[in-house]
Design a protein around this ligand. Structure first.
Ligand code: 15L
Length: 276
């Protein structure tokens, strides 16, 4: 009898790449990922400051195909936070999130990078209602062009897994801020420590495959069931409950004619400023 070969990811990496490193969550993960690798390569179009020990800065635009190819040379794994992270004009989303995602996966294929943690978003399923509990096996219902671009990234990464064996965790991140800003975020909140736990679980789980997981803390109110991603071993330890009284106290009365109150995507489902 032959022993099946298991690919075990290292708990410590030689070189990790973090894109979108100057953004809100990029700044949170920068020191935390540095603790997990010898060299942390950082990229963004915004200012990255100066390189700290063990960091290397390589600012590249996601739409720059040749630049992205160089960016992925010699990295063990990628945490891809780069791109547009809110609803914006379609042409911006097209460049950074759609062409950019294609460039990243093509570069991974050519450079032999085998694992990517992709920052997707809860807005892939923002048109499910707040009285529904959904899981990642249910069809996408994006709430705008931003959500559609993330759904594209999820499908693209599944294709690169099926065709080339590049493993990806698509993190449908909820609302990752120091604390929930409103009543909706009591359900969607992801603490920074749970964000780190989630990313580390995705980087280090021996067999990742292609997995879609909602990025949320252990909130009492929840619209998302992460059972299909239990193999990751991600156990959130924080909860939004500690903020409930204060958050509900400053919340204006709910207007049930507002679609933002009905749908999981909140304000993202309102007609945006980018429509004719
Ligand atoms: C997102 O995808 C955004 O990047 C973030 O800024 C939040 O607005 C979050 O969703 C949310 O749904 O709260």
């Amino acid at each position: 009898m032959t022993t099946p070969q298991v690919h075990i990811s290292p708990l410590r990496f030689k070189r990790l790449l973090l894109t979108g490193a100057a953004g809100g969550l990029g700044q949170v993960l920068r020191p935390r990922l540095k603790a997990r690798c010898d060299v942390l390569r950082l990229s963004d179009v915004a200012d990255l400051g100066s390189a700290q020990p063990g960091e290397e800065l390589m600012p590249v635009r996601l739409e720059d195909r040749a630049g992205i190819l160089k960016l992925l040379a010699g990295v063990d794994a990628v945490v891809h936070l780069g791109g547009v992270s809110t609803e914006q004009a379609f042409d911006l989303i097209l460049q950074a999130n759609i062409i950019g995602a294609y460039n990243l996966y093509e570069a991974a294929r050519k450079q032999g990078v085998k694992r990517i943690v992709f920052a997707s978003s809860n807005h892939v399923t923002g048109y499910y209602r707040q009285d529904q509990v959904i899981d990642a096996t249910m069809p996408a219902r994006p709430d705008g062009h931003y959500g559609i671009s993330k759904a594209y990234g999820e499908d693209l990464s599944r294709f690169y897994f099926d065709r080339y064996g590049i493993e990806t965790a698509c993190l449908r991140i909820g609302s990752s801020f120091p604390e929930p800003k409103d009543r909706r975020m009591l359900a969607t909140w992801l603490s920074y420590d749970d964000l780190e736990r989630l990313v580390v679980a995705c980087l280090t789980t021996p067999v990742l495959g292609h997995t879609i997981v909602y990025g949320m803390s252990d909130n009492a109110t929840s619209w998302w069931d992460n059972t299909p991603a239990r193999h990751l071993g991600f156990r959130p330890l924080d909860s939004s409950e500690q903020f409930r009284v204060a958050t509900e106290g400053r919340q204006a009365p709910l207007d049930y004619s507002d679609p933002a109150v009905t749908y999981q995507g909140g304000a993202f489902v309102r007609t945006g400023p980018f429509e004719d």
